[in-house]
Every structure is written in C-alpha cells, then in structure tokens.
Design a protein around this ligand. Structure first.
Ligand SMILES: [Mg+2]
Length: 349
C-alpha cells in the first residue's frame, strides 16, 4: 500500500469550553492508501496542528509505503526530522501523534487485526482503571478501586487543609486497599510538596502528579527521595523518546505518564515504554483509558492502571469516537475489532 491522501480536521465540538484543557484542542487525522483503506487518528495541536499536517506533513507522506509497523516508524522519523526546526516538542509532535495513530489504525484495518496485535499481542486485557476528577462519590459508586483527585495550591495555609480533606474523603470512601492519587497541575513547589507529604501521610497516597513544571527536572529529581514512598509522577507535558530520555538522565520522575495523542503516538509510546522498562520505571499513560493508550497498555509492560477522566464519565459531552469501551466495575478492555476499533462520528466534522 502507498499513501494517497492525508487530511487533518478540527472537529466541531459542541461542548466548547473556555479552557483549552477541557477538550485538549484534539484533532482528527484521516489517512488513505491506494488500496482504499482508511485510518483515523487522534492528535493534538488544534488548528495549528491541522495546518502542520495539511500544509507540511501531507506532501511528505503522499506516495510513501505503509505495509508494516516498521514503515510507520520510518514515517515517524521522517516527520520528526522534517519538523525539527520548529518542532521537537509541543504542537508539531501533537500533530505527528495524530498521523502516527491514523497510520496504525489503517494498518490494523488493512490486516484485519486490532492494533494491540500489530505491536506484540495481548499481555494485559482486563486493565484496572482509575477515575480522575472531583466527584469521588460517583466514581466509588461506579465501582472504581482507584481514584485521583485534583488539587491546586492557592498560596495560603488553607490549601493544605483542602488537600487533607480531599485525601481523607477519598480514602474513607474507597477504603484502605484503594489506590488514591492527586494531580496538582504544577501548582506546588518543593517546600509545599515536602510539607504535603507529611500532612497527607496517613492517607497513604500512591503518587503526586505534575508537581513542578516539566522544565524543572532537578527540582523533581530532588523530591523523589524526599517524599518516598509517594511517587513523583509526570510526563504528560513531555514529548518523544528524546524528551523522556532527558527525564531518565535526570532521574526526575518515579512514574511516567506520556500522553499517546501528544507525545508522538504509538511509535513514541512503544519507545518510551521500552526505555522505562529498562530502567524499572512504571508507566501509566495520561488518559490511558482512551482507546489509543489502551491498545498500547494492553500489548506492553505498563503499570496495570489506566486513567479515565471525569470528562469521559459525564454523559453530557461530545461523542467524537463511537464504540469506545468504557470501564465496568473499575476495569476496561480494548475491543477486538481491527485497528483501534472505534468509528469517527462524522456528524462532528
Ligand atoms: Mg495530569
């Protein structure tokens, strides 16, 4: 097969939010080959990502072979190098992620295999999921046995109390065996983090996520021993195996959370997981319960813990991808359909 068409589209989200984080500026990528096969991918970067694909990546991709996963890996390397002057991280790699995922979807459909089979076969089918969000009661009622609550440092003593009350509530609801985590979205500093570790000790949190900015590798590295056994988690703002290699060299994180639709797709995901495995660092992808991360998790040695976001748990939302699996009693599995097994909701284009 040879690639004959590539198109990126920014969906017509109806549930448009004021914050970019809520729908993450996610884009759709469609790739077609001369065999008539079509693959769909999900990437980031918003209309900037759409332009990178339609005005730059497309002309490089047309005519290229797409028959094996080694072809996808070569395409990845080609696009990374071509976008290097303006890329390496951020929007360009978020766009590249969508191309990579669409290529995997296409290859899976052409071979009539789910993506997990293209990348090694099922290692973990029934994956424990954790619910991210503020509605701890709802997640507990839905059967989750793992939960992550958000916390933001507001600059006063009261912020310690908020963290303590959220942690206490989660631990009480979910019980002593549940995994409880917190995501602080880069709002703490090292002093706050060390104090939090003391004040939250009795609630036995599994990890603190996104403590400092991704540029402060030294700061994060210093926290690893300070707050142990609580893990220093992060990586959703890092890109490609090159970026994670810097994290590894600085020993900055105790748990890696690459976002498969941002960090460079399945190709990057595999490279990052292999690096983490060689260093004995657990990986739990950001939004890993969404279908793209789920196939990677099912076929590789990730931690048995897939994130499921509150914006997926609520019913009043955009349904861009149809047939997405959802967690049942706190566990989630990919379907066995070819490719990623989801269908694009054309009404949203
Ligand atoms: Mg996070």
């Amino acid at each position: 097969m040879k690639i004959v068409d590539v198109k990126a589209i920014y969906p017509k989200y109806k549930h448009v939010q004021t914050s970019w984080r809520t729908n993450f500026w996610q884009i759709v990528v469609r790739i077609q080959t001369d065999s008539g096969d079509v693959g769909y991918g999900y990437g980031g970067g918003g209309i900037a990502g759409v332009d990178i694909i339609n005005r730059h990546f497309k002309e490089l991709l047309i005519g290229k072979p797409l028959n094996e996963i080694s072809d996808i890996s070569s395409l990845w390397d080609m696009l990374y190098e071509a976008s290097l002057p303006y890329g390496r991280k951020g929007l360009a790699i978020m766009a590249l992620s969508g191309v990579d995922i669409a290529s995997y979807d296409l290859l899976g459909k052409a071979k009539k295999e789910p993506v997990y089979n293209l990348i090694g076969g099922l290692k973990n089918y029934k994956i424990r999921s954790y619910a991210t969000g503020d509605d701890s009661e709802l997640y507990h009622n839905l059967g989750y046995t793992a939960h992550k609550f958000p916390h933001r440092w507001e600059g006063t003593e009261k912020s310690y109390d908020t963290a303590v009350s959220k942690a206490a509530k989660a631990r009480e609801l979910f019980g002593k065996d549940a995994l409880i985590m917190t995501d602080v979205y880069m709002s703490w500093n090292t002093a706050v983090t060390v104090e939090m570790a003391t004040r939250l000790k009795e609630f036995n949190l599994f990890w603190f996520e996104d403590i400092l900015t991704p540029d402060d590798l030294e700061g994060q590295a210093s926290l690893i021993s300070e707050i142990a056994p609580i893990l220093v988690a992060g990586g959703e703002h890092e890109f490609t195996h090159h970026g994670f290699s810097s994290i590894a060299k600085a020993n900055a994180l105790g748990l890696w959370q690459p976002d498969i639709t941002w960090c460079g797709g399945i190709t990057s995901g595999i490279r990052i997981v292999q690096m983490a495995n060689s260093l004995d660092i657990p990986v739990s992808p950001h939004r890993g319960g969404e279908i793209w991360g789920l196939h990677l998790m099912a076929a590789t040695d990730c931690l048995d813990l897939a994130e499921y976001h509150s914006d997926h748990i609520i019913e009043d939302r955009d349904y861009l991808w149809l047939n997405e699996p959802t967690p049942k009693d706190g566990y989630i599995s990919p379907t066995h359909e070819p490719g990623f097994g989801v269908t694009l909701n054309e009404k949203m284009l």
